[in-house]
Structures are given as C-alpha cells and as structure tokens.
Design a protein around this ligand. Structure first.
Ligand code: HEC
Length: 123
C-alpha cells in the first residue's frame, strides 16, 4: 500500500512535469525555417495554406481555372484576394453552397485558413 502510494505520487509528479514542460514550449518560436512547424500559432502560406489549397481547390481553381471555376488560386496574392473580394472564407464554411463543391474540408483545415487570414496572410 505504501509503496504503490509513492509510485502514484511519482506518476503524478511526472505528469505535472511533462505537462508544464509542453506548456512552456508552446508559443516559443525556435525560428528554424526548415523544421516543420508544430505550433499552430505561427502559420505560413508556403507550409500551411498552400498544401490545403493544392489538395482541395486546384483541380478546378488551377492556372488556368477549369470546370467553370471563375478564378485561379495558385499563389498567395490570388488566395488573399479571393478571401478579401470573393468570400472565400464563407464559401469554405458554407454547408448549402460549399467549396470544394463535393463537401466541406475538415474543420482543422478551414480554421487554419481563417487563422492565417487573421494573421495578415504571412508568406
Ligand atoms: C470541382 C471544382 C471545384 C473545386 C474543387 C473548388 N471549386 Fe471553388 N468554384 C468552382 C466553381 C465552378 C465556382 C463558380 C460557381 C460557384 O460560385 O459556386 C467556384 C467558385 C468559388 C468561389 C466564389 C468565386 C466568386 O467570385 O464568387 C470561391 C471563393 C471558391 N470557389 C473557392 C474555392 C476554394 C477555396 C476551394 C478549395 C477549398 C475550391 N473553391 C474548390 C469549382 C470548384
């Protein structure tokens, strides 16, 4: 009984330590441009947004656009202008008139694009 109590105490201490450790590393940007960025608070077009657009939009919004898509989304400035002028953010969250037309992307992808726009479209 006594030894298992101590074991539990150590397990709890370890958990607290492990949690506080990961809390500390969150929000700290190590500044390595080559590392994959696990921190969702620092987004970039190249690493975060472009792969989502590539996988979900460019089959129609390529250059040139196909399947009657009205514009291309192949660069940061084109995506930015679609967010600012073509309601991109509401279309990717629109259940009656979604983009892509065959169904909404996962919530995490939609949120990521909105967060990126809120951060001022970082490259
Ligand atoms: C299967 C082809 C296809 C895919 C894939 C697709 N789109 Fe579209 N998109 C269209 C077509 C066709 C239109 C024009 C008709 C409409 O607005 O529904 C359009 C329109 C839009 C518009 C409105 C443009 C305007 O001026 O009104 C936005 C914004 C948009 N798409 C964004 C996206 C995004 C972002 C993705 C990927 C997440 C995507 N689309 C994926 C075909 C597609």
């Amino acid at each position: 009984m006594k030894t298992s109590g101590i074991g539990l105490l150590f397990a709890l201490l370890f958990l607290v330590f492990a949690c506080s450790k990961s809390d500390n590393s969150e929000g700290v940007d190590m500044g390595d441009p080559n590392s994959e960025d696990p921190d969702p608070t620092t987004l970039s077009y190249q690493n975060d947004v472009r792969p989502i657009i590539q996988g979900n939009c460019l089959s129609c919004h390529g250059n040139p656009p196909t399947n009657n898509a009205p514009m291309s989304l192949t660069s940061l400035s084109l995506v930015q202008s679609a967010i600012e002028n073509r309601n991109l953010l509401s279309r990717i969250n629109n259940t009656t008139n979604p983009m892509p037309p065959d169904g909404l992307m996962p919530q995490s992808a939609r949120q990521l694009i909105a967060d990126w726009a809120n951060q001022g479209f970082p490259e």
